[in-house]
Design a binder for this molecule. Structure first.
Ligand code: PL4
Length: 404
């Protein structure tokens, strides 16, 4: 018999989002025909735009011709797409060969955790996207789970709450090797200021840490002066990796396309380059993103594609505005939703899963319980702005009726 990987036994029974879906299915079974609206999982709903769809169609038809067929490509991605990301997303501030195209940000986070291995200590914003902690648990980089405190003993949780403006107190934080940080943050919707990111970079430099900066929602940052990339901060290339994605930019959640930037200046303590190891990991356990998807990515970064994608982002931000306004009108203390597709709502004295169940059962609206994003999320719910406008409006009307 094969013995089970001990790390797997440290994980909670189920991953957050399948548990949300399971509870939704239970209500569907109990109340057949119930018209359930999801403001839960951050899954895009609007059709791909014309320019991007045309490029995907062309690429797919081309594969059926001798001239247009291609098999395996470079694991790092098409050189044209790497160059275009470097140029159009980073204004040439990173080099094309520092960009690695992937099948999505989540997948790259998992591969980064494989690369860093089990000996690294980690810190996360609390709350944050569960993959940072759960993936690190699988990689063996955390201690055991403390049920009382709802946290892993080997993880440093950097508390982000309304009280500290959703930016952690770094002065007294424990030194760790890896710091996961996302801006705008999922789930709080808070976008860090330039000054805050400057503090984060300085902190990482002082502690010789590496920041894994998740910019999956950076296109949702609309307020002037807020940085969209960690590389807008001086010195960040010495300490930061940036992971990003086409999922929420252009609705490629199902198509699958993302990228990771590893600056060549980023080094380990023995002086070796992180990018060399990343290249080794990528070429060993990844066979490249879909050639069709990469053509879609190229189109998305054309002038036309960029205009279209801004339209889609602004549609979801319009939904966010409706949810935020509705919750505030109900007297619910709510945050985010301005530079992010998520609204973070506080329910004092309530447990997240209880309020989640109540809303699901009384209003047939799915949300995501804040406690699933970390101990500081207890008592909060996350509302996702990904949905059709009419569903979002209907969901808000239903919430008003149940008096939150
Ligand atoms: C549900 C901060 C959503 N099954 O699509 P990817 O892999 O390029 O990006 C995933 C991702 C990366 N970084 C952040 C994210 O929030 C996400 C997607 N998060 C959510 O509702 O929180 C989708 C979740 C999916 C999952 O587990 O990722």
């Amino acid at each position: 018999m094969v013995s089970r990987n001990k790390c797997m036994t440290l994980l909670p029974a189920g991953y957050l989002f399948p548990e949300v879906s399971k509870r939704r299915r239970t209500v569907e079974e109990e109340y057949p025909g119930a018209d359930i609206i999801s403001l839960g999982i951050g899954n895009t709903t609007e059709p791909l735009t014309r320019h991007i769809t045309e490029s995907l169609t062309r690429a797919s038809a081309g594969l059926g011709t001798p001239a247009g067929y291609s098999g395996y490509g470079d694991e790092q991605g098409m050189s044209g797409l790497r160059a275009k990301i470097a140029d159009r997303v980073y204004n040439g501030s990173v080099a094309p060969d520092e960009v690695f195209v992937s099948d999505g940000a989540k997948c790259d986070i998992g591969r980064l955790q494989l690369m860093f291995g089990r000996s690294q200590t980690i810190a996360v914003q609390d709350p944050s996207y569960p993959v940072y902690v759960d993936g690190s648990v699988i990689a063996g980089a955390t201690g055991t789970y403390d049920i009382q405190r709802q946290q892993y003993r080997g993880v440093t949780y950097l508390r982000c709450s309304p009280e500290n403006g959703f930016f952690p107190e770094l002065k007294d934080a424990e030194k760790t090797d890896i710091i996961y940080f996302s801006s705008p943050n999922n789930p709080t919707g808070a976008a860090a200021t330039r000054q805050e990111l400057k503090g984060l970079v300085e902190y990482a430099k002082r502690n010789k840490s590496i920041i894994v900066y998740d910019a999956a929602y950076s296109e949702y940052i609309v307020e002037k002066g807020l940085p969209k990339s960690i590389y807008e901060i001086d010195g960040a290339k010495d300490v930061a990796i940036e992971v990003s994605s086409f999922s929420k930019f252009i609705g490629f959640t199902g198509v699958r396309l993302g990228w990771t930037v590893i600056p060549s200046k980023l080094k380990y303590d023995d002086g070796s380059q992180v990018i060399r190891d990343w290249n080794r990991v990528t070429t060993t356990v990844f066979n490249g993103a879909s050639n069709i998807a990469q053509q879609g990515g190229l189109a998305a970064l054309d002038d036309e594609g960029l205009t279209e994608l801004r339209g889609t982002v602004s549609y979801y931000l319009g939904n966010a505005k409706i949810i935020l306004k509705g919750l505030k009108a109900m007297g619910v203390e709510s945050y985010g939703g301005v530079n992010a597709p998520y609204i973070w709502a506080r329910f004092p004295g309530r447990r997240s899963w209880d309020i989640f169940d109540e809303i699901l059962r009384k209003a047939y609206v799915v949300t995501t319980p804040g406690s699933g994003f970390g101990p500081a999320g207890e008592g909060f719910l996350r509302f996702s702005a990904f949905g059709h406008r009419k569903d979002v409006e209907e969901a808000v009307e239903r919430l008003k009726k149940i008096k939150l």
